[in-house]
Design a protein around this ligand. Structure first.
Ligand SMILES: Cc1ncc(COP(=O)(O)O)c(C=O)c1O
Length: 361
């Protein structure tokens, strides 16, 4: 078996142990004589598994009892619409922070459903910094403040929590979800597409505080309605059974590996190694993001000489290091090093980068 190191931004690498368990259980899941994809989502084995996955997620994140945990379809981008449709109520405006391509996209979608007050936009600095909150123009009457805790494309991550007083804090946590502990009680709502840190594409988790339910616009499709979904245990329609099952296995894997505190330590170490190597390369490789907000999950790096891009990609691919091409809006390379990327993968990447520099520097 030749497994590559997969640095894809998402769908991303999954823990090997999880993939092996899926393989073992594929033909006969949970003594049902069928795969998990072939059983009813309303049958006892699936319902029990789904409830256990939710409980494991609650335990990992320390989700307080007054929050609902939902497993929904449609990807994180559906939440760009669902959030304003569910949370606006009678408020005149929603606050949005724009620190990169994903928050910009969330703002574009929200504008279709509500008035948006952009409290900060770092486009002019090419999304490479996060100015302090004292420089934001927040509104006390906003229905919520939305931000993206990790910009997957630019590699910009919040290492601090915005303070919003009574205005509920809403976070797109898609690309750093479960990569570090979070204080859920500080949030009104957290959402995250699964395909980076917790499972396959096709399922999105939403964690929402009870008191924010019940304000959904009549225009919202029923399946978007958080309160209805919570009342139906996220099972208003046929759920993405396989995705939910894999998320459940990833949660067990996280628990077995020490939970989010342990994950965070490994993630700090992996990211520090890679940034340190980039910074010591004498400008051969550069990362444009300000130190204080460099992402632990997505590490873009560019060459002074962009003629090297194609060569680097071809040779790294041959060395078993795949999906390193950066997003077209940033250029260069991007290494996504989520929870499931072993430290050995980062070591192999750094060794390759050193060798490449020796040959081309
Ligand atoms: C931070 C962030 N938000 C939202 C999305 C959109 O997710 P989806 O493709 O599941 O709609 C992505 C996808 O890569 C992302 O990285």
């Amino acid at each position: 078996m030749a497994r590559i190191f997969n640095f894809s931004a998402g769908p991303a690498t999954l823990p090997l142990e999880v993939l092996q368990q899926i393989q073992e259980e594929m033909l006969d899941w949970n003594a049902t004589g069928a795969s998990v994809m072939e059983v009813s989502h309303r049958g006892k084995p699936f319902m029990e598994m789904a409830a256990e996955a939710e409980q494991d997620a609650r335990d990992l994140l320390g989700v307080p009892d007054n929050y609902k945990v939902l497993f929904l379809q449609g990807g994180a981008q559906i939440q760009f619409a669902s959030v304003p449709l569910n949370l606006m109520g009678d408020a005149p405006v929603a606050d949005y922070v724009c620190t990169g391509s994903w928050s910009k996209k969330a703002i574009g979608e929200a504008k279709r459903f509500c008035d948006v007050n952009v409290v900060l936009d770092t486009e002019s600095s090419h999304y490479t910094d996060i100015p302090p909150q004292s420089e934001w123009s927040t509104r006390g009457d906003a229905a919520f403040l939305h931000y993206c805790s990790n910009e997957t494309i630019g590699g910009v991550e919040f290492n601090w929590l915005p303070e919003t007083g009574d205005v509920p804090l809403v976070c797109d946590m898609s690309s750093n979800f479960m990569s570090r502990p979070v204080d859920v009680s500080r949030y009104g709502l957290i959402y995250a597409g699964a395909q980076k840190n917790i499972g396959p594409a096709g399922i999105t988790m939403v964690i929402v505080r009870d008191d924010l339910l019940g304000k959904t616009s009549n225009q919202a499709p029923s399946l978007f309605n958080y309160e209805k979904q919570a009342g139906a245990d996220s099972m208003m329609n046929t759920v993405p059974t396989f995705c939910w099952y894999v998320c459940g296995l990833v949660f067990k894997w996280l628990i077995q590996n020490g939970g989010l505190e342990a994950m965070e330590q490994v993630n700090i170490r992996k990211a520090a190694k890679l940034y340190d190597f980039i910074d010591r390369s004498g400008g051969f490789y550069t990362n444009p993001v300000e130190m204080a907000c460099r992402s632990r999950m997505n590490v873009p790096f560019i060459f002074q000489d962009n003629n090297l891009d194609a060569k680097f990609l071809a040779q790294s691919h041959d060395a078993g290091l795949h999906s390193l091409k950066g997003h077209r809006s940033v250029g260069g390379m991007r290494a996504s090093i989520y929870n499931a990327m072993p430290e050995a993968g980062v070591d192999a990447l750094i060794a390759f980068m050193q060798d490449f520099q020796d040959r081309n520097g």
